[in-house]
Design a protein around this ligand. Structure first.
Ligand SMILES: Nc1ncnc2c1ncn2[C@@H]1O[C@H](COP(=O)(O)OP(=O)(O)O)[C@@H](O)[C@H]1O
Ligand SMILES: Nc1ccn([C@@H]2O[C@H](COP(=O)(O)O)[C@@H](O)[C@H]2O)c(=O)n1
Ligand SMILES: [Mg+2]
Length: 483
């Protein structure tokens, strides 16, 4: 074994390497990984499609969870419980404590005057580097901190490998906005202050080599004031507050369930919260298998496309606002339900969008449907040729129809026109069967409050701007003009 390897404590051996999926997302990484945290190697997989514009050797975005709370609130205990319950996923824990600055000899001499609960006690730049590296799919060497000597180990590190889930735990992980921005979910462990103090006295005397009077003195002088000044105000950033810490099994079960759902989602849905992929079932996969098959008959292509379109339309309608409505059933009982949103219309991008009109009409009796025709100019440019939209469109929620989202250029033109006509961006739901990642970026960056509902997100566009694996020219196949 090489000398350097011996010095590393392979605590997280189980998380044995970076994960890769079929889509490259490095252009999306929130911050370019930088260097101060040492890093070890990672190996990309081979691309699975021929000429994608976007290389398919991809780094999958991990799900980052921040866990904060006062000292001895049960943060570490809650993290351990989450890790145990997520046993079928690779999870790593990064403690903010590891990034405590080691004390200088002068500071050590007057350690009782040192405030370990102030944000400046941590090397936050190094913490940021570390999490960014992990998010980029690289392993990192995390410092090892000793609470008895108040120093970092000079020659050992803890190797943490890239994983599906990164949990970042510590009293002040919600304090710095840059650290908060790395998190997909923020949990605050809320435990009664007396309980925390009792636990802290026990822990610090048993595990951290302190005596009771020094623990109490430090608590009154630094820990409690800093909790009030920094930790408590950061609670407002939490998505979830867990009362009673590790005793709250219901909260922990719910959190684990939520993480599992998020991990099952496409990475783009984590980045753009307004992108919805209808839940995949074997029926849906089966229909995609049929319509993507180049040898399917025209009749079957239309039949299975219609079935899929209907599912996307129904899902899209579920995103419309509703009002509560109470009715009386034939048994004379009350039923409290909801009333559909009535002010809506469809807009199809001609020609392939017209294939979605029947499904929309079947779901919404008498719905008005407008049309937009956009012509491709050269490789990338788009020109609006024709539009016919309901006069009162600005008062309606719009379901924009186009079965394939490729570059996003046509969609953006159409959305731009709807906005010019007075439709609020948040009142537009774009429905399609297949989306390319490039199209999603293009549309969602420009129109972040618009919703996209799709049934599958494909790998990429090829050099001819066609979606791959895709299904070819949808309009030609649907309307039988491809012979
Ligand atoms: N629900 C609980 N009941 C009893 N003791 C607990 C509970 N949760 C944590 N502890 C104990 O309290 C101490 C602090 O908990 P810990 O999870 O390390 O808190 P934190 O990481 O927030 O400082 C530890 O000694 C731990 O064993
Ligand atoms: N050398 C040190 C460093 C930190 N502390 C205290 O640790 C607390 C944070 O750890 P938790 O597990 O309790 O979240 C913090 O309140 C510091 O006061 C220390 O005592 N000595
Ligand atoms: Mg802890």
């Amino acid at each position: 074994m090489p000398a350097e390897t011996k010095e590393i404590d392979y605590v997280m051996e189980a998380a044995s390497g970076p994960h890769f999926s079929g889509l490259r997302l490095d252009s999306l990484m929130s911050a370019a990984p930088s260097s101060s945290t040492s890093r070890s190697s990672s190996t990309p997989t081979t691309p699975s499609f021929s000429t994608p514009l976007v290389d398919s050797s991809v780094i999958k975005q991990p799900f980052v969870i921040g866990v904060s709370g006062g000292t001895a609130s049960g943060k570490t205990t809650v993290c351990d419980m989450i890790i145990q319950q997520l046993h079928d996923h690779r999870v790593v824990l990064v403690n903010q404590d590891s990034f405590y600055r080691g004390l200088t000899p002068e500071e050590l001499e007057r350690v009782h005057e040192y405030n370990f609960d102030h944000p400046d006690a941590f090397d936050t730049e190094q913490l940021l580097d570390c999490v960014n590296e992990l998010k980029s799919g690289h392993s990192v060497h995390v410092p090892m901190y000793d609470f008895k000597t108040h120093q970092r180990s000079k020659d050992s590190f803890r190797q943490v490998n890239a994983s599906d889930v990164i949990i970042l735990e510590g009293i002040l992980v919600f304090h710095d906005q840059r650290v908060r921005n790395l998190m997909n979910m923020k949990i605050f462990v809320d435990t009664d202050a007396d309980v925390r103090l009792a636990r802290r006295i026990r822990r610090d005397t048993v595990e951290r080599g302190r005596d009771i009077s020094s623990v109490l003195e430090q608590y009154a002088k630094f820990v409690k004031p800093a909790f009030e000044d920094f930790v408590l105000p950061s609670k407002k950033h939490a998505d979830v507050i867990i009362p009673r810490g590790g005793d709250n099994h219901v909260a922990i079960d719910l959190i684990v369930q939520h993480i599992r759902t998020k991990l099952g989602q496409h990475d783009l849905c984590k980045i753009y919260p307004n992108v919805y992929v209808i839940q995949s079932t074997f029926q849906i996969r089966g229909m995609h298998t049929l319509i993507r098959d180049q040898d399917i008959s025209k009749h079957d292509f239309v039949f299975y496309s219609d079935r899929l379109i209907r599912l996307v339309v129904e899902h899209g309608l579920g995103h419309l606002p509703f009002t509560e409505k109470q009715i009386v059933t034939p048994t004379g009982s009350f039923y409290t339900g909801v009333d559909f949103c009535k002010k809506l219309c469809g807009v199809s991008i001609v020609r392939s969008g017209e294939s979605m009109e029947n499904a929309l009409r079947a779901c919404c009796k008498g719905i008005k449907i407008g049309k937009i025709l956009i012509h491709r100019v050269g490789d990338n440019g788009k020109q609006l040729i024709y539009e016919k939209l309901p006069k009162d469109i600005s008062e309606r929620h719009v379901l924009l129809l186009d079965p394939v989202l490729a570059t996003g250029n046509s969609a953006n033109q159409a959305i731009e026109l709807l906005i010019q006509k007075g439709v609020p961006e948040s009142h537009i739901i774009f429905l399609n069967l297949i989306s390319a990642p490039e199209g999603i970026h293009c549309v969602c960056k420009r129109f972040p409050s618009l919703k996209i509902v799709t049934s599958e997100i494909d790998v990429a566009l090829n050099e001819e701007f066609r979606v791959i694996p895709g299904l070819g020219e949808f309009g030609d196949r649907y309307f039988g003009t491809d012979d």
